[in-house]
Design a protein around this ligand. Structure first.
Ligand code: NOJ
Ligand code: CA
Length: 483
């Protein structure tokens, strides 16, 4: 797809992503934590699902106070997962199997232990004094934003982007009002932007295929409702990619395609689980979830929210559709594996780029009781080890159970890849069949509906559906759920 000046990577048309939380995917050296070698060993499995792209959560050097979203060195793999060379080898092995690899870029903040930040906290001005957002007096906070004082010799307080361990990088303010607020085109704000481009170049030149971008909307401070400032930064970064790495892909954690795609130039934007949106109504709305057999669901609650997003994305990009992610409760057990089959059939064939969260293909269950780990809190129950086989630790690791990063699901009927492989009635084989169908039918690829007419609002969708299937989507759902 072209918007006149740039081209969307063609490989996205048939891409199906698999999100890997590296801590808990596969441990090959028995230290209880997943590693790059473990991901590499499982690539044939991932390919066998029908996935041809990965998104790996942050795997860079970090104190891990937010599971790696607190980056201490963007250019160094976290030793617990392996070396930079191991990561490059993973790219190469993935490419041999036809799998692209997106890394996780965290551009809005670093760890409080990043050397840039430690320099910026020094009393004497230096090259990094403008890399973060500092006020100009130890007693002055950042109005309307979380900030920290009293930690460094510098006479000021600094702004946070998320947790206390994550100071905000300085991309400038849309309309600076105070002397300590940089303009977007100030040398220090531009230096931050260029530093982030260099981080991207570093990994792209070593074989990465792009990035999932964390909190992509958060860069420019004091931004307007349209996020004009932040979108301008992203357009500039996208122009760099178009010139230097035109095959690289960017997916935004933004959930606003009018901004992320139409204005910011992202190739894809996640449709995230937010309590008030259409995605929520499908799988995570309790008894009202559309895909619950007993749900009171009405598909128009989804469509009336999704279709305008789809229309906003369509000219230059794609909606990224998730089964779940590392921040969201898994849909199971709220939905049964049988209900998930239909839900996945829907998500994996909608116009958009699907992202399957590891373990969702076997219906791994949210674990409500696990203690928080690395800043996970209620998210931790979604991050437990992948369930491979019937063996110790369900095949995740040879470590003693008390040395695992997180405990495995202890239920006697915990789903595993081993149990489901070869059983056509299983969720795993259903996902394989659905993805095989998607890849074999151009009508089901990402641009499918752009050729169809009348797919412009919920009512025409329902009308067209009725013409094709002889019933409304709701009746279709009930019929299939009870089959
Ligand atoms: C969004 C990430 O998905 C989440 O896991 C993280 O805690 C925050 N951004 C902060 O980086
Ligand atoms: Ca390990």
């Amino acid at each position: 797809m072209s918007n006149g000046t740039s081209v969307t990577p063609a490989w996205l048309k048939d891409a199906v992503f698999y999100e890997i939380y590296p801590q808990t995917y596969c441990d090959t050296n028995g230290d209880g934590i997943g590693d790059f070698a473990g991901i590499a060993a499982r690539l044939p499995y991932i390919r066998s699902l029908g996935c041809n792209a990965l998104w790996i959560n942050p795997c860079f050097d970090s104190p891990f106070k937010d599971a790696g979203y607190d980056v201490r060195d963007y250019l160094r793999a976290a030793p617990r997962y392996g070396t930079n060379d191991d990561l490059v080898r993973l790219f190469e092995e993935a490419h041999r199997l036809g799998i692209r690899v997106l890394l996780d870029l965290v551009p809005g903040h670093t760890s409080e232990e990043h050397p840039w930040f430690l320099k910026s906290g020094e009393a004497a001005p230096n090259e990094y004094s403008g890399r973060y957002i500092w006020t100009d007096d130890w007693f002055r906070g950042v109005p309307g934003a979380p900030y920290v004082g009293g930690e460094f010799p510098r006479n000021g307080t600094y702004m946070l982007n998320f947790f206390k361990c994550q100071p905000a990088l300085n991309y400038g303010w849309l309309h600076p009002k105070e002397a300590w607020q940089s303009a977007m085109d100030s040398p220090e704000a531009l230096a931050t932007r260029e530093a982030m481009k260099d981080v991207m170049r570093f990994w792209l030149s070593r074989g990465a295929d792009g990035f999932r971008v964390d909190m992509a909307a958060s860069l420019v401070k004091g931004d307007d409702e349209l996020k004009s400032g932040t979108c301008a930064v992203w357009r500039d970064i996208r122009a760099m990619l178009d010139r230097e790495y035109p095959d690289a892909a960017l997916v935004a954690e933004w959930s606003c395609p009018w901004q992320a795609i139409a204005s910011g130039g992202f190739h894809m934007d996640f449709y995230l689980e937010h309590g008030d949106n259409g995605y929520h109504t499908l799988l995570r709305d309790g008894a009202r979830s559309f895909f619950r057999r007993d749900g009171e669901g009405d598909i128009r609650r989804f469509l009336s929210d999704f279709l305008p997003r789809y229309e906003a994305a369509r000219p230059t990009g794609y909606i990224a559709l998730i089964t779940c992610n590392h921040d969201t409760p898994r849909a199971c057990p709220d939905l049964t594996p049988d209900e998930l089959k239909l839900a996945y059939a829907f998500l994996l064939t909608l116009p958009g780029v699907p992202f399957i969260y590891y373990g969702d293909e076997i219906g791994m269950r949210y674990q409500p009781g696990v203690a928080t780990k690395e800043g996970g809190y209620t998210r931790t129950g979604t991050r437990t080890p992948m369930q491979w086989s019937e063996g110790p630790n369900l095949g995740f690791s040879d470590a003693a159970p008390d040395r695992l990063y997180l405990p495995v699901d202890s239920a006697p009927d915990a789903p595993t890849v081993e149990k489901q492989t070869g059983d056509p009635a299983s969720l795993l084989e259903t996902v394989r069949a659905l993805l095989a169908l998607r890849h074999s039918q151009p009508d089901l690829n990402v641009e499918q509906v752009s050729q169809a007419s009348g797919f412009t609002n919920a009512d025409t969708f329902t009308r067209n559906f009725r013409t094709k299937y002889g019933m409304t989507p709701t009746t279709y759902k009930q019929t299939n759920n009870n089959a």
